[in-house]
Design a protein around this ligand. Structure first.
Ligand SMILES: *Cc1c(COP(=O)(O)O)cnc(C)c1O
Length: 409
C-alpha cells in the first residue's frame, strides 16, 4: 500500500468555520453549507517544489500534494491530462482587445472538466469505503460519475432533467449508471437524491454537497498558473452553474500564494450565466450574498442551467474579492459566439464555453473589461456533445457531378 505524502489537516465549514475531522465521510456541514479541505501548507511547501513538478507526468495528479487522497491505490485514472491553453488571435484582433486565451477542458476524460471533480470525488469515496453513489446532473457530471464509478467498481444512480442533452443521457447509461429522467430541474433531481439517502443507502455526490469535487476542480487553477509560469491572467471568464470551478480556482490561488508560488495578484473572476437562468448575476447586482432560486430556468447552455447553487455565497465572495463581476448573456449571443469561434479559430466550443466569449464581447463594449486586459475563457466541454447547426448540400451519385453547383456552395 503506497501512501502519498498528503497534508490534509481537517475540513472546515465554508460558512461558519467550524472544523470537522478528515478521513471520515462527510456531506454538507451542520449549517448546511459546503465543507472545504484544509492542508498543512507549510509542510506541503517543504515537500514539493516547482522544479520537481516540472519532471512529472503532464496530468493533474502531478498536483497530488495539493489533493486529499492518501493511498495511491485509490486513485482512479482515465488519463487526466493537462488541458491546452489556446490563443484566439483572430478574435483578439477583431475585438481589438488584450490577449484572449481559451483553456480547452473538452480534452479531459468523458469530454468535460467534470472529470476533474469526479475523479477526486470517486477516489475519495473509494478511500472512505463508499459502494453506491448518486447524483442529479444536467449531463456532464453524470457522465464523469458513471465512468469513474464503473472503473472504481462503485454502483451509480444518476437523475437528469428530462431535457438533458440526449448524448449525455446515453453516455451516462452506456457507462453503467442506473439512469433516470425526471420532469423537472436539476434541483428537483437533487431532492430525489437527498431524500433517498436512507432508503437507498447511497452517497450524495451533488455539486458541493461533498467536499472533494472542489479539490478536483482546484487543479484548474494550479494548472493554469503552472502553464503560465506561475502567473495568472488579468481576467477569467467562467461559465457558472454550481460554481465549483470558480470556487476551486479561487481556493487554488489562495493556497499558491500561501506557499509563495504566486504573488498577491488575482485574476478578476467573472461569473458568466445565461439570461434565462442568472441567479448569481441577480444577487451580484442587488448586492446580496445569497441568491434566490431562479424560476422557469431556460437556456441552451445546459451546464449552467442551475436555478439554485448551494455555494452561491462562495461564488459571490470570490467574484467581489477579486474585483470581478457576474454577467448574463442571451442564448442568441451564445449561438453567434459559438459559430464565430468554430469558423474563425477552428475551436469547437461547447455552448457554455461560447457564453464566455459572448460575455467578453459584451463587456468590452460596456467597458467592464478593458481592452488591454489579458483574458482567459473556459471551454468546459467538447463541442461534439452538443447539436450544431450546419449547412450542407447533397449530391446524387446517379447523376453526373455538377461542379458549378459545388463551386456555388
Ligand atoms: C457543469 C458545467 C458548467 C458549470 O460548472 P460549475 O463549476 O458547476 O459552475 C459549465 N459548463 C459545462 C459544459 C458544464 O458541464
Amino acid at each position: 500500500m503506497k501512501e502519498f505524502a498528503t497534508f490534509v489537516t481537517h475540513l472546515e465549514c465554508s460558512y461558519t468555520g467550524k472544523t470537522y475531522p478528515a478521513d471520515q465521510l462527510h456531506g454538507l456541514s451542520e449549517a448546511g453549507k459546503p465543507l472545504l479541505v484544509r492542508y498543512d501548507l507549510d509542510a506541503l511547501a517543504k515537500a514539493v517544489s516547482k522544479d520537481e513538478l516540472r519532471n512529472r507526468i503532464p496530468e493533474f495528479w502531478r498536483y497530488r500534494e495539493f489533493l486529499p487522497i492518501r493511498k495511491s491505490e485509490n486513485v482512479v485514472r482515465l488519463g487526466e491530462l493537462m488541458t491546452p491553453i489556446l490563443p484566439a488571435n483572430k478574435l483578439q484582433q477583431e475585438l481589438a482587445c488584450g490577449e484572449i486565451l481559451i483553456k480547452d477542458e473538452g480534452r479531459l476524460p468523458t469530454g468535460s472538466f467534470k472529470a476533474r471533480g469526479l475523479a477526486l470525488a470517486v477516489a475519495m469515496a473509494k478511500e472512505l469505503g463508499v459502494t453506491r453513489m448518486a447524483m442529479p446532473t444536467n449531463g456532464n457530471a453524470g457522465a464523469a460519475l458513471a465512468a469513474y464509478c464503473s472503473r472504481a467498481g462503485i454502483e451509480t444512480y444518476v437523475f437528469c432533467p428530462e431535457d438533458t442533452p440526449k448524448v449525455n443521457i446515453e453516455e451516462i447509461a452506456f457507462q453503467g449508471a442506473k439512469t433516470f429522467l425526471a420532469n423537472g430541474y436539476i434541483n428537483d433531481c437533487g431532492k430525489i437524491v437527498g431524500e433517498g439517502k436512507d432508503a437507498m443507502g447511497w452517497f450524495d455526490t451533488s455539486t458541493l454537497k461533498e467536499p472533494y469535487r472542489i479539490e478536483g476542480k482546484k487543479t484548474m487553477g494550479l494548472e493554469l498558473a503552472e502553464q503560465m509560469n506561475w502567473q495568472v491572467p488579468d481576467v477569467i471568464l467562467y461559465p457558472t452553474g454550481g460554481g465549483t470551478g470558480l470556487i476551486g480556482m479561487w481556493k487554488a490561488f489562495n493556497e499558491l500564494e500561501a506557499i509563495g508560488w504566486i504573488g498577491s495578484k488575482r485574476p478578476r473572476m467573472v461569473a458568466v450565466q445565461a439570461e434565462g437562468c442568472a441567479p448569481i448575476v441577480k444577487a451580484f447586482e442587488e448586492g446580496e450574498r445569497h441568491a434566490e432560486p431562479w424560476q422557469d430556468a431556460a437556456t441552451i447552455a445546459a451546464g449552467i442551467r442551475v436555478p439554485a447553487a448551494v455555494g452561491d455565497f462562495l461564488i459571490l465572495d470570490a467574484v467581489r474579492e477579486s474585483d470581478g463581476f457576474a454577467v448574463a448573456v442571451s442564448d442568441e449571443a451564445i449561438n453567434v459566439a459559438h459559430q464565430e469561434c468554430a469558423t474563425k479559430e477552428g475551436i469547437l466550443l461547447c455552448p457554455e464555453g461560447a457564453a464566455t466569449l459572448a460575455a467578453l464581447k459584451q463587456e468590452l463594449l460596456s467597458g467592464r473589461i478593458k481592452s488591454d486586459e489579458q483574458v482567459m475563457l473556459f471551454n468546459c466541454a467538447t463541442g461534439l456533445k452538443y447539436p450544431m447547426k450546419s449547412e450542407h448540400k447533397t449530391i446524387d451519385l446517379t447523376q453526373p457531378i455538377d461542379y458549378e453547383f459545388i463551386k456555388g456552395a
